[in-house]
Design a protein around this ligand. Structure first.
Ligand SMILES: O=C(O)[C@@H](O)[C@@H](O)[C@H](O)[C@H](O)CO
Ligand SMILES: [Mg+2]
Length: 402
């Protein structure tokens, strides 16, 4: 069996997506996602110039060997661009193999470990009252788990606060827009949000919060301790994780569960966090971490330390990643939760898929492969449009983590 063609499709139905379509001499094709928010064209160039020429003529059944070829063969290892390009190839090849085996991807991975995949949605508001109301909206939609993010009085523009009840896509301008931050104001305000949510809706549902890399380790420890009475499912990205040891300081002071990893791209980024049991959930995702082949190695390492998966699932990951993640989530024994930010109807039309939401769970569907396709004619309607993630500065102008 041989790869006969591979093409990169860029489309922007409301936001940019990078899709790789691999065709074979057996007439079966597979698709993979290579989207990297704000840096999409870097992955496009990497794929078109440095990956696709190598793929032609390779045997698509040799998923592991192709992964090793692309990882070791690059010489310059790791990084978000390289690992997203590898992920696009890897997912397309798993899609092909599952189609050739005439089975859903979760069966190829080892079969179902659960019927449905618990997901969390994104409730947000400009203040506590609006956010509490938005949490109620998600409860009414049947969600068992809800992330809550609020604006903070006196801070201009805060991560995770959209326009209206649904959180919007953060890449919002052709050049980075500017947002503010003030940790003291956040530490004064965010615990009150969760106190109000628990007072209003009780403790039956899981609540999550994303610190989005904005706290120092001791500030993160302080936030974790302040949130303990409200029993969060997790506090995410509480402090930047390049220095994995930083989490020791957080862990010493709080029992609030910790999640990290959406910006990680290989097992090496998370190895010490897992082996020292400094986190409870690993947020790495299919597209960000070199695809199914690598992410299942991460999940297996995590399972040795009772760390569970919590895959990133923002709208800047295409439905191809969401569909593949749901198959992964259906199989993986140490599953925790799946993030689910709903895509726009335009995006869903470009990427027809079999997954569906019901009673707080997502189901991958039972079609062969990962269950997601790309309508190339529909995709062609939406040309690439430059868009950057915002940047953040403190009130004195110091660059901070958005
Ligand atoms: O947990 C999350 O969903 C966020 O951290 C993401 O929405 C993140 O801001 C975006 O993926 C950035 O593109
Ligand atoms: Mg996050």
């Amino acid at each position: 069996m041989k790869i006969t063609a591979a093409k990169v499709i860029v489309t922007c139905p409301g936001r940019n997506f990078v899709t790789l379509k691999i065709e074979t001499d057996q007439g079966v094709y597979g698709i993979g996602d290579g989207t990297l928010n704000g840096r999409e064209l870097s992955v496009v160039a990497y794929l078109q110039e440095h990956v696709v020429p190598c793929l032609i003529g390779m045997d698509p059944r040799r998923i592991e060997d192709i992964w090793q070829y692309l990882y070791r063969g690059a010489y310059w290892r790791r990084g978000p661009v390289t690992m997203r390009a590898i992920a696009a190839v890897d997912v397309a090849l798993w899609d092909i193999k599952a189609k050739m085996a005439n089975m859903p991807l979760y069966d190829l991975l080892g079969g179902k470990s659960r019927e449905g995949v618990m997901v969390y949605g994104h409730a947000n508001g400009t203040d506590i009252a609006e956010t509490v109301d938005a949490v109620g909206h998600y409860i009414d939609m049947g969600y068992k788990a809800i992330r809550a993010q609020t604006g903070i009085p006196g801070v201009e523009g805060v991560y995770g606060v959209g326009r209206g009840k649904l959180y919007y896509e953060p890449a919002d301008a052709a050049l980075p827009s500017l947002m503010g931050w003030d940790t003291r104001k956040a530490l004064n305000y965010i615990p009150k949000l969760f106190e109000k949510i628990r007072d209003t809706y009780g403790f039956d549902r899981h609540l999550l919060h994303d610190g989005h890399h904005r706290y120092t380790p001791l500030e993160a420890a302080n936030l974790g301790r302040l949130l303990e009475p409200y029993q969060l499912f997790w506090l995410e990205d509480c402090t930047p994780a390049e220095n994995q040891e930083a989490f020791k300081l957080v862990r010493q002071h709080t029992t609030t569960p910790l999640a990290v990893g959406e910006i990680f791209n290989t097992i090496w980024d998370v190895k010490d966090l897992i082996q020292n049991q400094l986190i409870d959930y690993i947020r790495m995702t299919i597209v960000g971490s070199g695809g199914v082949t690598h992410l299942r190695r991460v999940a297996d390492l995590a399972s040795l330390y009772q760390v569970r998966t919590g895959c990133h699932g923002a709208t800047d990951l295409s439905p191809v990643t969401m569909g593949t993640a749901l198959h992964f989530d259906t199989w993986v024994p140490n599953f925790g939760i799946q993030e689910y930010m709903r895509h726009t109807p335009e995006t869903d039309a470009v990427f027809p898929h079999t997954y569906f939401f019901e009673d707080g769970l997502l189901y991958p569907g039972d079609s062969v492969g990962h269950g997601v396709d790309i309508d190339e004619a529909e995709a062609a309607k939406y040309p690439y449009k430059p868009a950057y993630l915002p940047v953040a500065r403190l009130e004195d102008g110091t660059m901070w983590n958005w």
